[in-house]
Design a protein around this ligand. Structure first.
Ligand SMILES: Cc1cc2nc3c(=O)[nH]c(=O)nc-3n(C[C@H](O)[C@H](O)[C@H](O)COP(=O)(O)OP(=O)(O)OC[C@H]3O[C@@H](n4cnc5c(N)ncnc54)[C@H](O)[C@@H]3O)c2cc1C
Length: 1017
């Protein structure tokens, strides 16, 4: 049988995993596979080398670990260990040490405060047992909170116990429980149990979850968050345990609330793009996370873990796509065993070598010292016609054997070529040339090699990352826009590494806390870890006195563009920079970690016996970033647009889209699947979808970018409304008329998917005077004042349960909205579907308004008729009758108080809450937390048939109140509501057109947040 010839360009993890699955027994030797790799070793960003001049020490690119959620990476390593000969460890599990404790460097008032904590070990073994789904994990976490906060521990510790022996979170919970009243604890317990009950009903079949379930859960989580926040916030400054507890809880709950509200739990694939334009911190902020949390070492450590600092600038807050990060954290939460698994040998020796052994056994060829210089596309852009390669050295004979055996017998990757197998190896050695460097001065020993489509390969797999594409894929970039755009949007950063070998152990050196330490703020090496496990595989002479080994890494400042290869001095300059930074780090931070090694009176000499620094600056060594809005430009394994070119690497669409071993493994599996349909099962991702040419597949009605009209005809999204004064009134109205309106607007168009009911027979009428309205995202557009008259129906969304309608969400519905500002009329309509009308509003303090009346005129038709002119007509007159102090109002100090008092007022007065609805206080959820949800029917008329909508959706906007004051005075007005045929407000809702009203005056600032679509036709 003729085999299909596959050339894999690049032997990093993705490239070798592709080969691993293409050469698997299931493929029945269908493929003839060759990997082309520059230099002397495989592994790319995780390649390592043993240095024989320094005790066979392990030299890494940086700290490398597996996370306990790396289902595919673990599985692949387990398979490799099952098949390979010459293994570094007998079994795969011996290659790892599970890390269950961490220390974060918390910064308070300019000082670092170590924050040690343990992460629970979860049941199961990654790669072997099925990972729990995220719902199962949420339920487990809620159960944990319930039992720890409100269950047995609360009772056990309810005396005055000695807390010193307890872990921080237990101390904190006990303190919380001792400090709060029984009744309040009960309130939280109810909230948690409700949420738990809901989650437990959901776990069974996530596919059947409805958005309303998730909103309910989000409301429960928001209630719980604010309950804890109210109690914990005032104590945080003084109590570090409490602050840490709050940060965990706030991060967990805010992530949950945001994921539920933005549909990331419901259908992440479909909703990622809605949030990927935001940075992760900004997304958390938009869902109410506390600034203390956002500025905490916990959040910083997440950015540090993925080097999320464009241009390596660790002094900035960093940037990562919100949606991608959230999905990744959800995956991480499903870890099994420990959350982090360290390697017990060099990364290359622990995982790359076993894979290499398997590839050799299966007949995969690896051409070392082959540098890919250029991919040449055919003129018609259909395929890659040829590949040009530089041949760096001439071998003395046969195949290159890249591994060296240690005295222990272990096969390892050396830190330099095996010169003895190379013709003129001595010359190469003497030159000190780095064959992995883009800037090397070494001249190729052999003439270039050209691989030609059809003669030498049937398919190519490009496993070299985008930072190298401007050189090797220059013709593809010139030929196709997709490649140009792709290369520009996938960014990367250089990184740096420092390893130290010490003659004392950590405790002797003065560090007694967990030895994986992260989140140094604004420090070049922001993560350090003790990796002394690997010492057992190093071969230091006894008198070297080495006891411990540490590794520290972080981003390295760099430009986005790569200097030309002729700048031969560039690596030296960068290495010098890293050496200086490392020295400074040890000088500034050494004493912090190892007070007995570096502090005053510390031994002179000794302590650090060996150091290794590395600048990871080569195009393909740079860490792949996931900056905002980049995932959607990633190509899939089969999306290269050239029929014989497949792609793999942590930079393709792989469902994870962050630089990691798991993303690289999945990418390798996807490339194999794209070529061969094997492997069929890639855990946690949809292999079929991700190997389509386009992902996500374009919806039939593709959504393009919004096209701005010139001038101020169209407007950006979010707005802020500052210095706003509001007069608010309650009106008696006809419940059935309001219910009919809600049905027409929401129930009927959505076919009952969104059902809305007025809460009571009260309507609200407000008149506002906005001092400054401006667009948040385009502040340079300036500002404008605005006046509005609004008739509101306080309403609830309902769903049927047990034959009854049960309210699930509170929302304000606005049947009439009159305002005087054309910008606000257009922008609100365009985005949310506000039905705004043009009017003129006179306020009590207006010049010349000596009567202090409130009047509203409307552009309207007074009486319908062919000869009627649409013009300015009076709609509302509020004749000022006087003011008096109000005891009820003087008790209102915040927006939540105002909402609460309104709730009780409506509940008590008239016929109260509509009796078909079971409403309790918690339904106000959002509003109690200063977020006023507003519901709209957004629609556009069809071009052909003006009676039909060509677009129809039910949208929700949230107005977040950022400042609030109430005046403790009631103002009395006599109201006249005129009848206008085009706007018959009184008739529409059964409002008595003439009545005496009492109004309150409020002041506030508000931001209209990005909204969401609850239903769309
Ligand atoms: C410092 C650092 C620490 C990290 N820590 C972790 C961690 O703890 N956990 C984790 O999950 N992930 C970690 N990562 C990420 C992880 O290492 C990468 O996601 C993964 O190794 C990328 O594999 P890849 O195959 O996609 O790319 P690469 O490893 O970049 O592979 C590309 C390959 O192509 C070769 N190549 C480049 N140019 C050419 C050419 N012209 N011709 C021929 N060959 C060429 C390279 O030498 C390399 O072998 C870390 C990354 C870095 C940089």
């Amino acid at each position: 049988m003729t085999k299909t010839r596959i050339a894999i360009l690049g032997g990093g993890l993705s490239g070798i995993v592709t080969a691993f699955y293409l050469s698997a027994p299931e493929q029945r030797r269908k493929y003839d596979i060759t990997i082309y790799q520059l230099g002397w070793r495989l592994g790319g960003k995780c390649a390592t080398g043993r240095n024989p001049d320094h005790g066979e020490r392990v030299q890494e690119h940086g700290l490398h670990v597996f996370m306990g959620a790396y289902q595919n990476a673990f599985h692949m390593v387990q398979e490799a260990y099952g098949e390979a000969q010459n293994l570094p460890f007998e079994t795969w599990d011996k290659a790892f040490t599970q890390q269950t404790t961490l220390t974060l460097m918390d910064r308070r008032n300019g000082e670092y405060e170590p924050w040690p904590f343990g992460v629970p070990v979860m049941p199961g073994t990654p790669g072997i047992t099925k990972a729990p789904d995220i719902w199962g994990r949420i339920a487990e976490v809620l159960e944990w909170i319930e039992s720890e906060m409100l269950g047995t521990h609360g009772m056990t510790f309810s005396g005055h116990p000695d807390l010193s022996s307890l872990p921080w979170w237990r101390r904190m919970i006990v303190r919380l429980l001792l400090g709060i009243e029984h009744l309040v604890a009960e309130a939280a317990s109810v909230l948690i149990r409700d949420a738990l009950g809901l989650v437990q009903t959901l776990v069974e079949d996530p596919a059947k979850h409805g958005a309303h379930h998730h909103n309910l859960l989000a409301d429960a989580a928001a209630g719980l968050r604010s309950w804890i926040q109210r109690r914990a916030r005032p104590l945080l400054e003084k109590d570090a345990d409490l602050r840490h507890f709050w940060i965990f809880v706030d991060l967990g709950l805010s992530s949950l609330i945001g994921s539920l509200r933005d549909g990331l739990l419901f259908d992440p694939e479909a909703n990622l793009e809605r949030v990927n334009h935001l940075d992760y911190r900004d997304w958390l902020r938009s869902h109410g996370a506390d600034e203390i949390t956002l500025d905490s070492s916990l959040i910083r450590s997440l950015y540090d873990l993925i080097f999320a600092y464009p241009q390596g600038d660790w002094t900035k807050p960093g940037e990562v796509e919100a949606g991608t990060m959230v999905v990744s954290l959800m995956n991480t939460a499903t870890y099994q065993g420990a959350i982090i698994w360290k390697f017990n040998s060099a990364t290359g020796d622990a995982i790359v070598q076993p894979i290499y052994e398997v590839l050799k056994q299966r007949g995969v060829k690896v051409e070392f010292f082959h540098r890919v210089d250029r991919l040449v596309p055919s003129a018609d852009g259909k395929q890659i016609e040829s590949v040009e390669l530089g041949r760096q050295v001439e071998l003395l004979g046969g195949d290159y054997d890249p591994l060296r055996q240690l005295k222990s017998g272990q096969y390892v990757w050396p830190d330099r070529p095996r010169f003895e197998q190379i013709k003129d190896g001595d010359k190469l050695k003497a030159s000190g040339a780095d064959l992995e460097s883009h800037w090397t001065e070494w001249e190729d020993a052999l003439p270039p090699l050209t691989l030609t489509a059809g003669d030498d390969y049937d398919a190519l797999v490009l496993a070299i990352p985008p930072a190298a594409h401007p050189v090797i894929c220059r013709d593809l970039i010139a030929q196709k826009q997709e490649w140009a755009r792709f290369t520009q949007t996938i960014r990367s950063t250089a990184t740096q590494n420092l390893q130290t070998w010490m003659d004392k152990d950590e405790t002797e050196l003065g560090w007694t806390l967990p030895t994986l330490v992260g989140a140094f703020d604004k420090v070049n090496l922001n993560t350090w870890c003790d990796i002394s496990e690997v010492l057992a595989t190093e071969e230091w002479p006894k008198d070297a006195g080495i006891c411990t080994e540490q590794i520290m890494c972080g981003p390295l400042p760099c430009k986005d563009s790569i200097p030309p290869s002729t700048d031969h001095e560039y690596p030296k300059r960068q290495l010098k920079q890293v050496e200086e930074l490392a020295e400074r780090f040890i000088a500034d931070q050494g004493e912090r970690f190892w007070s007995k090694g570096f502090g005053p009176g510390a031994p002179q000499g000794g302590v650090i016996r060996s150091t290794y620094v590395r600048a990871n600056i080569d195009p393909s060594e740079r860490y792949t970033l996931t900056v905002r809005n980049s995932t959607r430009h990633r190509m899939t394994a089969s999306g290269s647009t050239y029929s014989n070119l497949y792609l793999t690497g942590d930079w393709i669409q792989n469902g994870q889209n962050l630089g990691s071993f798991e993303a690289s493994t999945i990418s390798g599996m996807l490339a194999s699947h794209a070529i061969s349909k094997f492997p069929t099962d890639i855990r946690g991702v949809d292999a079929e979808a991700l190997t389509q040419a386009e992902y996500p597949a374009k919806p039939s009605q593709a959504r393009g970018a919004f096209v701005k009209h010139p001038g101020m005809a169209t407007f950006p999204g979010r707005i802020t409304l500052d210095d706003t004064t509001m007069w608010a009134f309650l009106l008696d109205a006809d419940y059935d008329l309001m219910a009919g309106y809600c049905r027409r607007m929401f129930d009927e168009p959505s076919g009952g998917e969104v059902r809305v009911r007025p809460m009571s027979s009260k309507m609200m009428m407000t008149i506002v005077d906005i001092g400054t309205g401006r667009f948040v995202d385009e502040p340079e557009m300036g500002w404008s004042p605005e006046r509005e008259l609004t008739f509101w129906i306080p309403a609830v969304r309902v769903e049927a349960r047990g034959g009854k309608e049960v309210a699930t969400h509170f929302d304000m519905v606005m049947p009439y909205l009159v305002l005087d500002n054309p910008v606000a009329i257009a922008s609100g309509r365009e985005i949310f579907g506000y039905a705004k009308q043009k009017g003129w509003i006179t306020l009590p303090d207006d010049e010349g308004n000596s009567a202090r009346d409130l009047n509203v005129d409307l552009f309207a038709t007074k009486s319908f008729g062919k000869t009627s002119e649409q013009a300015r007509h009076r709609l509302l007159t509020l004749g000022h009758q006087g003011e008096k102090e109000s005891a009820a109002l003087s008790g209102i100090s915040g927006f939540g108080d105002a909402v609460r008092s309104l709730y009780h007022h409506i509940g008590k007065s008239g016929d109260g809450w509509h009796n078909s609805l079971k409403l309790d206080f918690e339904i106000l959820g959002d509003a109690l937390h200063r977020r006023v949800p507003q519901l709209f029917l957004k629609q556009f008329r069809d071009v052909h048939d003006g009676d039909r909508a060509c677009y129809q959706a039910i949208t929700e906007a949230i107005g977040e109140v950022t400042r609030f004051d109430a005046f403790p005075r009631l103002t009395t007005f006599d109201m006249t509501l005129e009848h206008l045929d085009s706007s018959p407000v009184a008739k529409d809702f059964g409002i008595a057109p003439q009545q005496r009203l009492h109004g309150v005056r409020l002041e506030y600032d508000m931001t209209i947040l990005p909204g969401k679509v609850l239903w769309q036709a």
